[in-house]
Structure formats: structure tokens, C-alpha cells
Design a protein around this ligand. Structure first.
Ligand code: 4UU
Length: 554
């Protein structure tokens, strides 16, 4: 191989023609693309059966926008926090806020008050939209001056369990009714700025604690538009037959948010939402709704492939399966194909990141089976490079860090110029922290993740966050958390802990300290290992690869 300096730039571009990105806000774009639909179902809850048609989504969005502007007095640039399980109203809750010129920060409905306090505080949330069951957690996360709006409970079971909502909460239904009664002229909605921040999902990126990712309308619209070209279109347009998309991927995460829900609306599809995943509910939905498209993460693919309750017959309606967010092994893809018993059903992988709204690589629909393990080719308007360890650009089949750029690239991390500069270089390339290679036909393959991030069932876990919690214990001198591979969970967090001399602490005590503070999937299910010393490089950086490779006999 040539020395680094002798090599020029090697940029991988899409062989598809560039797409003209419309100069519209996300709600303007979605309204235009689905303007021909009215009574057709838009989102239906698989559990409660509550359904919103395209016309109902439009009307609820408009009223919610008016309510936020006139009744809650929010102004363009203000942030609305959404603490909601997947449910039909998620869509108008987002679109209405955006119509009013506001930004939304979407939070995990399973988060503890402690986790939410950090996100809502950092984002500067002015209002929290939630459901009755989560109202107390929401109140604990924000000050008494922040209004809480209660949406209808996702299903009857959670309604019955939490009968009495807090007295100071406002009600979505009443707000929308009042906005409807006041009429369209009640408050003028802003014209809308495509370059304004629309969504603020949280991601830990390559290092540190979760940060607000500033995604503009343009980022989100560009990503949908670039995935809508005929060669890539996994989701077919409503005219060709309305697609039925079963998704349990959370709408607060960028994959469910823009990669599934918004994309589904743009193409006039019918989305089936589920507030929580249970094998029974998922299987029932396969039978009842006969989905044509499944959006999955590898741990869900594993469930479909091996769970005895999922039968071959249940998968006959499925035309497309899209997988992403964590590596899908060849063994898993084979197991799934065996279960389906269909040669025409090939899993298409996509590669995405919160910071890229989310997709940069996608396997075209007409993919051949031998490319099934690929995470995709560069989508239109997007460019990629692979940077070798020696700093040279990689040729086909050489491993290196994936760099990407395109119109979907975030504006930056909120309140964190330093992290933004560490992630996007002066030339505008985003350094992903993923090690990949590409083949002679420009299909990319994942090799490794060198950034700290841990993925549990597609969910982000920040090692720094867990390390900080473990370090709160006075007995602990040092700590490092890494992800260990696991079939059913993608990865599990494992802590390596150094105790102060003559101090005692058990694995149980450490786990007990973490448990009440974090959402379930962040728990140290990969175990706690006590060491004399955390391996670090001379500048003090934890050698995570060494810890990942740790074996008990060492
Ligand atoms: C191996 O996980 C995401 C977004 C995923 C996504 C979205 C829409 C995939 C396909 C799609 O259509 O975002 P984050 O920010 O939570 O996590 C980003 C990280 C990546 O850096 C990489 O390490 O998740 C990992 N990742 C993958 N790993 C994402 N996609 C893949 C993949 N294979 N296909």
C-alpha cells in the first residue's frame, strides 16, 4: 500500500443523480406530500386500536400549533419536550409544535426523573407533553413553572393504573377544542424557517454524556427526500397500494422518528404503533395488520427469527425488512431467512446516526443476496470517506473510520461547540467512530465501533454516564464501562471497577446504586469486574478495546 502522504482523497459518492432538496419546513413538506390523502389511516395503535386518519393528523397538528402559540404563549425557537410512548398522537404532537415554529426534544418515556432532568434542563424545555402515567415523573423532572400537557393514555390498561393526574396539568383534548373553537384566525402561525432547529434528540456521539443534536427542518426533509428516489424507495407511495408499517422502534429515537414515522407519512403509509414491546402484542399485530414492511433492529430480528410464537405464515405479507442501529450478523440474517422460507425476502440494512438525521448508507431495494451483510451504499447528495489509521484515505477493502457529509448533517451539538468541533472537522466531514470498509461496488460493511457508545437493543448507552454514577460511590477509585456483545441485546454494559485500598464493595451493591437512577437497558447486565487498575494510555484515555477483550482467566 502507498504511504499516507502519496495517497490522494478517495471520496465515495452515490451513483444516483443528486436530489433537489425542497426549501420547506418538515410540516410543510409532509403536508404537501400527503395532501391527496384524507380519510386513509395514518397511524393506528396496535393495542388501543385508536387510529388517526391523515385528515385528523392535519387538523390536530394545526390546533396543537395554535394552542402552543396562543394558549401557552410559546414563540419560535422555544422548545417543547415530548415524553410519550409510541402512540398515534405522537405525530400531531411533533408536527403541531413544528408548525408553530418551535423545536421538539423527544425523550425516552422509560427514563427516570434524574435522566429527564438533565435532558429537559439542557434543552431548555418550556412545556412537557406527556401521558397520565408519566405525569408525576415529568413533574419531578421540571420545575413547577413548566406547564405539563396530558395527552390521552396510550391504552386503557395504563389509564386504569393511573387514575388521578396532577391537578395543575393541562389537557391536550381541551386545548385542542379551545383552539378549534377560536378558529383558524386565532393566532398567526409563523411562515417557518427551513434552517431553524426542528428536533433535538439526545446522543452521546463519539464520547461523553448525551448531547442535544440540533437537526434542522432541512436536515430531516433532505434525508426523507434522498431516501425517496425510486432506486432506494423501500416504502412505496400510497398510489401503489398503501404500505402497512409495523414498528415498535421508539419514536423518540431518530430511527423511529425520521427513518420510519416521518418517512411513512411522506409516502402516505399506514403506521402501526405499539406503546411497549411484548412478544404477544407484536405477534398479534403481525396477524391482525398483515404488515408489508417491518423496520427492525438486530435484537428484534433475532426475536422474529427464533421465537416459536412467530411462524412463517405470519411473515407472508411482509415485502421489505429494514434493519439498522446495530450490527446484524450473517448468522442472524440466515436464521431469519430460514424462518421466512422465502428467497424474495432480503433484509435491507441501513446505516444511520442521530447526528445525520439519520441515514447516510442504505442497501438498495433490488439488492442481491450476497450484499445482505452490507450496511449500504451512499445515498444521494451524500459522500463518504474511510480514513485509515495512518491518516490516508482507504481504497476498497481497507479498514478505517467512516467519515460522512451531506445535507442531513446536524447543525451541531446544542450548547457544546467543543464536542461539535471534535465531531465535524473544518472541511465538514463528520467522524462517525465506526470502522468500516467498502467493496469494489461501493457497498459498505461494518467492522467495529471505536467510539465509546454502547448499543443495547438499538438504544444508546453512554459509558461516561454510567462511569459517573459508579464513581459517586466513595469506595470506588476508578471505573470504566464498555459494551460486551450479546445476541439478544446487541450489547450489554459491563463495568470494570477499581476500589480504594482496604475498601469493600460487592457487584450487587454497585448494581443497586445504579438501578433506581437509570432506565432498565442501562443497567450493568454485563456484570461488574473488579480490577487493580484500569488500563489507560499515557494521556489517561481508557483503553476500551483492551477491556472489551477481557477474559475471566486473565
Ligand atoms: C451496525 O442507531 C442510529 C440510527 C440507525 C438507523 C436509522 C435509520 C439505521 C437505519 C435506518 O434506516 O442512531 P444512533 O445515533 O443511536 O447510533 C449510531 C450508531 C452508529 O454510529 C453505529 O455505531 O449506531 C450504529 N449503527 C450500526 N451498526 C447504526 N446503523 C448500523 C448498522 N450496522 N446498520
Amino acid at each position: 500500500t502507498a504511504p499516507a502522504a502519496a495517497r490522494g482523497r478517495i471520496v465515495v459518492e452515490s451513483d444516483l443523480p443528486p436530489v433537489e432538496v425542497p426549501k420547506e419546513t418538515l410540516p410543510q413538506y409532509l403536508l404537501r406530500r400527503s395532501a391527496h390523502l384524507s380519510e386513509q389511516p395514518c397511524v393506528t395503535c396496535a393495542v388501543s386500536k385508536r387510529s388517526l386518519s391523515y385528515a385528523q393528523v392535519r387538523e390536530a397538528s394545526r390546533r396543537w400549533a395554535l394552542a402552543l402559540a396562543s394558549q401557552l404563549d410559546l414563540r419560535p425557537g422555544h422548545v417543547v419536550a415530548l415524553l410519550l410512548p409510541n402512540m398515534p398522537e405522537y405525530l400531531p404532537a411533533v408536527q403541531g409544535a413544528l408548525l408553530a415554529g418551535l423545536s421538539v426534544t423527544m425523550a425516552n418515556p422509560l427514563y427516570t426523573a434524574e435522566e429527564l432532568r438533565r435532558q429537559f434542563g439542557d434543552a431548555g424545555a418550556r412545556v412537557v407533553a406527556t401521558v397520565p402515567a408519566l405525569a408525576a415523573t415529568a413533574r419531578a423532572a421540571v420545575g413547577p413553572a413548566t406547564p405539563i400537557v396530558l395527552l390521552p393514555p396510550p391504552d386503557a390498561a395504563s389509564d386504569a393504573a393511573h387514575a388521578a393526574p396532577p391537578a395543575d396539568a393541562l389537557h391536550w383534548k381541551a386545548l385542542l377544542e379551545a383552539a378549534g373553537a377560536a378558529g383558524a384566525g386565532a393566532a398567526a402561525l409563523p411562515e417557518g424557517d427551513p434552517d431553524a432547529v426542528a428536533a433535538l434528540p439526545y446522543s452521546s456521539g463519539t464520547t461523553g454524556l448525551p448531547k442535544g443534536v440540533m437537526l434542522t427542518h432541512r436536515n430531516l426533509v433532505a434525508n426523507i427526500e434522498c431516501m425517496s428516489v425510486p432506486q432506494l424507495r423501500h416504502v412505496q407511495d400510497a398510489e401503489e397500494g398503501q404500505e402497512v408499517i409495523l414498528t415498535v422502534l421508539p419514536f423518540f429515537h431518530i430511527y423511529g422518528f425520521n427513518g420510519v414515522l416521518n418517512l411513512a407519512v411522506a409516502s402516505g403509509s399506514h403506521s402501526i404503533s405499539m406503546p411497549v414491546f411484548t412478544p404477544e402484542a407484536y405477534v398479534r399485530s403481525l396477524i391482525e395488520y398483515k404488515p408489508t414492511l417491518l423496520a427492525v433492529v438486530p435484537s428484534l430480528l433475532q426475536f422474529l427469527a427464533v421465537h416459536p410464537a412467530v411462524t412463517r405464515e405470519m411473515l407472508q405479507s411482509v415485502r421489505v425488512v429494514v434493519s439498522g442501529a446495530a450490527p446484524a450478523t450473517e448468522a442472524l440474517l440466515n436464521k431469519f431467512r430460514l424462518k421466512c422460507g422465502r428467497d424474495d425476502l432480503v433484509v435491507s440494512q441501513g446505516y444511520g446516526m442521530t447526528e445525520t438525521a439519520p441515514v447516510t448508507l442504505l442497501v438498495p431495494l433490488a439488492v442481491r443476496r450476497e450484499k445482505e451483510t452490507s450496511i449500504g451504499r451512499v445515498i444521494p447528495n451524500t459522500r463518504a470517506r474511510v480514513l485509515r489509521a495512518d491518516g490516508a484515505d482507504a481504497a476498497p477493502r481497507e479498514h478505517g473510520e467512516l467519515l460522512v457529509t451531506g445535507p442531513q448533517l446536524m447543525k451541531g451539538y446544542l450548547n457544546n461547540e467543543k464536542a461539535t468541533q471534535e465531531t465535524i472537522d473544518e472541511e465538514g466531514w463528520l467522524h462517525t467512530g465506526d470502522v468500516v470498509y467498502y467493496d469494489e461496488e461501493n457497498y459498505f460493511y461494518i467492522v467495529d465501533r471505536t467510539k465509546e457508545l454502547i448499543k443495547v437493543k438499538g438504544n444508546q448507552v453512554s459509558p461516561t454516564e454510567l462511569e459517573n454514577l459508579v464513581m459517586e460511590l466513595p469506595e470506588v477509585a476508578d471505573c470504566a464501562v464498555v459494551g460486551i456483545p450479546d445476541d439478544r441485546h446487541d450489547e450489554l454494559p459491563r463495568a470494570f471497577v477499581v476500589l480504594h485500598p482496604n475498601k469493600k464493595l460487592s457487584e450487587e451493591q454497585i448494581k443497586k446504586h445504579i438501578e433506581p437512577r437509570v432506565v432498565k437497558y442501562k443497567r450493568l447486565e454485563g456484570g461488574v469486574i473488579f480490577l487493580d487498575k484500569i488500563p489507560r494510555n499515557p494521556s489517561g484515555k481508557i483503553l476500551r478495546q483492551v477491556l472489551k477483550a477481557w477474559k475471566p482467566e486473565q
